[in-house]
Design a protein. Structure first.
Length: 328
């Protein structure tokens, strides 16, 4: 299986060496390493060219943010497995080998999630795979928890944080790439949902460990805005109609709770950005709904299965107003 690692980058000159050095130390070397540079204004391009000749550098004329950069990278490789890595990460030496082992052993899985730990507190979990709740709220399993082995069981989860994930090309060819209308933040949730609807499982691989600096090149107001907007878009595009009708009260309650929390913290820029994002999500419902038919037509699983992979609000932690997701 030919493997490519794609790293989207924007002004990550101080971050890329740690990330790329960790790829050099992999026990299973990828066939292709691509850095897709989103029109950086720092020394990212020069550092990559000078110090990492094995890396293919794709320089974008403009900043297409996360989804656009990753899609461009996928178009530039013919690898069977597309692994994504944030530029503000350090991969354990066994990371790629463990991802490949798990997917080789699980033909039903179309993609894989890593165990992401905080870079500066390596006993604290950033993500043990993604969950998605019946009220339309996504999040990272285990976020902020001390890693005591509670997520050391390999198995199926709803989805993968794209800051350290791997996707079979065959799956992407079937369901499509990242939706660039989501721009950045939660575009990986949309991809996970579409994959699940089409019958592709996600395997969480606890032995595939990546250390994450937490949105060193993203986050803050931008994350708050796009999460506020995109959570609504995912509901409109991906949630099957019968489940929307069944859980509409919970969905509305969750959105109102986000709004109320933002109003309570209206003095903070991230809270105001969240409110603007929610408004933008409502205004862009026609765009999301126009894609709904395509997303639902790929569904090959029953409603019972879809509901079984969705979490309940009582046993999962929602993302807060300022949301940390992959940088761009």
């Amino acid at each position: 299986m030919k493997v490519a690692v794609i790293i989207p980058n924007w002004n990550g000159a101080s971050l890329l060496p740690t990330c790329l050095d960790s790829l050099r130390a992999q026990t299973l070397m990828p066939a292709d390493i691509l850095v897709v540079d989103n029109a950086s204004t720092d020394d990212s391009v020069e550092i990559t060219r000078r110090n990492y000749p094995e890396v293919r550098l794709i320089s974008m004329p403009t900043n297409r943010l996360f989804a656009g950069a990753v899609n461009e990278g996928i178009h530039h490789t013919d690898a069977d497995l597309i692994a994504l890595l944030n530029n503000d990460t350090e991969a354990d030496s066994l990371w790629l080998a463990e991802i490949c082992r798990a997917l080789d052993n699980r033909p039903e899985a179309g993609f894989a999630a890593s165990k992401m730990l905080l870079f500066d507190r390596r006993n604290v979990i950033n993500s043990a795979g993604d969950f998605y709740r019946v009220d339309g709220v996504p999040g990272n399993r285990g976020v902020w928890e001390e890693d005591t082995g509670q997520y050391d069981q390999e198995g199926h989860v709803f989805g993968a944080c794209a800051g350290a994930a791997a996707y079979r090309r065959s799956m992407l060819s079937d369901i499509g790439l990242f939706d660039e209308d989501f721009v950045a933040y939660a575009e990986d949730v949309d991809l996970s949902f579409r994959a699940q609807l089409a019958g592709y499982r996600c395997v969480f691989v606890p032995t595939a460990i990546v250390y994450h600096r937490l949105s060193a090149t993203g986050g803050g107001d931008v994350a708050s805005y796009y999460c506020g907007r995109n959570f609504i878009g995912i509901l409109a595009k991906d949630m099957p109609g019968p489940l929307l009708r069944k859980h509409w009260r919970r969905i509305i309650a969750a959105q109102l709770a986000f709004s109320w929390e933002s109003i309570l913290h209206i003095g903070e820029s991230a809270a105001r950005a969240r409110l603007r994002g929610q408004l933008a999500g409502l205004l862009q419902l026609p765009c999301a709904l126009s894609k709904r038919r395509a997303a639902q037509q790929t569904r090959r699983v029953g409603l019972d299965y879809v509901e079984s992979i969705l979490s309940r609000p009582s046993n999962t932690r929602a993302r807060k107003t300022q949301i940390e997701r992959p940088g761009y």
